[in-house]
Design a binder for this molecule. Structure first.
Ligand code: GDP
Ligand code: MG
Length: 169
């Protein structure tokens, strides 16, 4: 068996749910007023894919998602990326393409990226149409997921996809 470690970076505008997603996936918790960074560079999650042990290291942005303020060390060696926007934040959706360019510029063009629309529990307050989001994903050629970190919907699928993508390379 192999033991494979994968550095995964989570990017996207502030308040879309990045830190919550990492907490949810690695610790199984969701707190409504979770604001602070996780205090360490990353949290880990172990999973098993086709007999291989994969250790995902999920890096949080430490609240510095002002564009361009993420440090080089945040991106360095990244092997997969989750690009998150929020159902209830139009700006975060409009920033997706910029984030994609940024990550590809920092890491290289072949990094697997999953595009994630979070907070789908708030669909009643949606400011992004379903077909717009799907259209963007298609145009940018990104695998697209809708998640609710709050209700634990689809979060595991995102990371499973990236782990699989990594192994297939
Ligand atoms: P970050 O700045 O991208 O790291 O965002 P946070 O993880 O700090 O989350 C910002 C706020 O959105 C917090 O109040 C979270 O509790 C909330 N939040 C995160 N995910 C969800 C979700 O799926 N649904 C709802 N309703 N709130 C969420
Ligand atoms: Mg955060």
């Amino acid at each position: 068996d192999l033991e494979i470690a994968v550095k995964v970076v989570i990017v996207g505008n502030g308040a879309v749910g990045k830190s919550s997603m990492i907490q949810r996936y690695c610790k199984g918790i969701f707190t409504k007023d979770y604001k602070k960074t996780i205090g360490v560079d990353f949290l880990e999650k172990q999973l098993n894919i086709n007999e291989d042990d994969v250790r995902l290291m999920l890096w949080d942005t430490a609240g510095q998602e002002e564009f361009d303020s993420l440090t080089k060390s945040y991106y360095r060696g990244a092997q997969a990326c989750v690009l998150v926007f929020s159902t209830t934040d139009r700006d975060s959706f409009e920033a997706v393409e910029k984030w994609k360019s940024k990550i590809e510029e920092e890491v290289g063009p072949n990094i697997p990226i999953a595009l994630v629309q979070n907070k789908i529990d708030l669909l009643d307050n949606a400011v992004v149409e379903q077909n717009e989001a799907e259209g963007l994903a298609k145009r940018l050629k990104l695998r697209f997921y809708r998640t609710s970190v709050k209700e634990d919907l689809n979060v595991e699928e995102v990371f499973k996809y990236l782990a699989l993508k990594h192994i297939e390379k």
